[in-house]
Design a protein around this ligand. Structure first.
Ligand SMILES: Nc1ncnc2c1ncn2[C@@H]1O[C@H](COP(=O)(O)OP(=O)(O)OP(=O)(O)O)[C@@H](O)[C@H]1O
Ligand SMILES: N[C@@H](CCO)C(=O)O
Length: 354
């Protein structure tokens, strides 16, 4: 028997200003995974891996990513989902070829793409028939804020929250990641509770494009979260909640209004604390406005950074080039990309089954 299928997983930008750990947009930059299962052709070679997997990478991260299936986040995630369904390894002769456009540690949700791609990979390989909603539960056992994950899985502009858990449920979900990903026995694997995450998809005006300015250095999400405070002042929380309520509706309007969107993308919960990690962040988010740049609607840190996300309806190249030049004054080199929402989220396509 042989089989081939492909999985396409979009990048994402989380937070969008005031929606810390809540909002995310899927973006048309992809992690693409091609899977061939053929014991006859690849069986012997696949035995060199502990889980019968020949793994190769091209593109972003190819020079650093581990290629052993029990060390790589994508395949660890697939094996986790398989083990929860009583399957310990990939089928003999599994060949996984990855092409990745999503840069690591830049605030474009690369770990989310690996986690979502891995969950869909496990589901497809094991022919488990899990819904996307159920796959999200497995993803949330590994990446515990739902913003990137929900947008990447479901597509479009998404708001999400995690279900309130009992003390026992909380402990189950918040245990060391290695207990989830590196427990290599189906008998003792920790299954994901049902319906861990809830999400809604908001309208998005198709005139709004996303300009991503990507500094050429990495900030890991864990480092970028370590600088945040444990608690906040009421005034700061209210500041964000008020803007969140306005922003989620304002970007769906047929005629996006910069006078509404620009102030609604301000944040007091994460960006002010992250400026020490990203030279130029404060100046960029305050100096670039709809007044200085026609077409600019709003500007924020993308996810945990260091990428800057601009929402805009025109003048994309000028906005991007001016921000790149501003970062250069801080000795930070950047690339930029013009992106659009990926409305379908992650997709799986069966190519052949014989
Ligand atoms: N395609 C992939 N395959 C395997 N591992 C990956 C892949 N993409 C990301 N990772 C792992 O995730 C790490 C990056 O995760 P991190 O959460 O720090 O950044 P990010 O997800 O890119 O940013 P953010 O969460 O702010 O959007 C990489 O260093 C790598 O270990
Ligand atoms: N909401 C998360 C996104 C990064 O994964 C953060 O800002 O830390």
């Amino acid at each position: 028997m042989s089989r081939e299928f492909t999985i396409k997983v979009p990048a994402s930008s989380a937070n969008i200003g005031p929606g810390f750990d809540v909002l995310g947009i899927a973006l048309n930059l992809y992690l693409s995974i091609n899977v061939k299962i053929d014991a006859h052709q690849y069986g012997e070679l696949s035995l060199q891996d502990p889980n019968n997997c020949i793994l190769s990478y091209e593109g972003e991260g190819a020079d650093v990513v581990p290629l052993q299936s029990d060390k790589n986040l994508l395949t660890q995630m697939a094996l986790y989902v398989l083990r929860c369904h009583g399957i310990n390894h990939f089928p003999l002769g599994t060949k996984i070829s990855v092409h990745n456009q999503v840069p690591f540690g830049r605030g474009l949700g690369s770990s989310g793409t690996a986690v979502v791609g891995g969950a869909l990979l496990g589901n497809a390989i094991g022919e488990l028939g899990l819904s996307k909603q159920r796959c999200l539960d497995y993803c949330l056992m590994v990446e515990r804020h739902p913003d990137n994950i929900s947008a990447t899985m479901m597509g479009g502009f998404v708001g999400s929250f995690l279900r309130q858990l009992s003390d026992k449920g909380y402990q189950l979900v918040h245990q060391p990641l290695k207990n989830v990903l590196e427990n290599f026995s189906a008998d003792s694997t920790i299954d994901a509770p049902l319906n861990l995450g809830t999400h809604v998809t908001y309208n998005w005006c198709q005139k709004i494009k996303c300009v991503a300015i990507i500094p050429q250095f990495e900030v890991s999400t864990s480092k970028s979260r370590s600088v945040l405070p444990e608690s906040y002042k009421r005034a700061d929380v209210v500041f964000n909640l008020q803007r969140l309520a306005v922003l989620t509706s304002a970007v769906g309007s047929d005629i996006p209004d910069p006078a509404l969107i620009y102030p609604a993308m301000q944040d007091r919960l994460h960006q002010p604390y992250r400026k020490a990690l990203i030279p130029g962040l404060s100046s960029v988010v305050s100096e670039f406005t709809p007044q200085t740049h026609t077409g600019l609607l709003g500007i924020c840190l993308s996810g945990a950074g260091p990428t800057i996300l601009c929402l805009a309806t025109e003048n994309f190249e000028r906005i991007a080039r001016d921000i790149v030049a501003r970062f250069k004054q801080e000795k930070v080199e950047c690339k930029w990309l013009l992106l659009e929402p990926a409305y379908d989220g992650a997709t799986v396509e069966e190519v052949s089954k014989l």
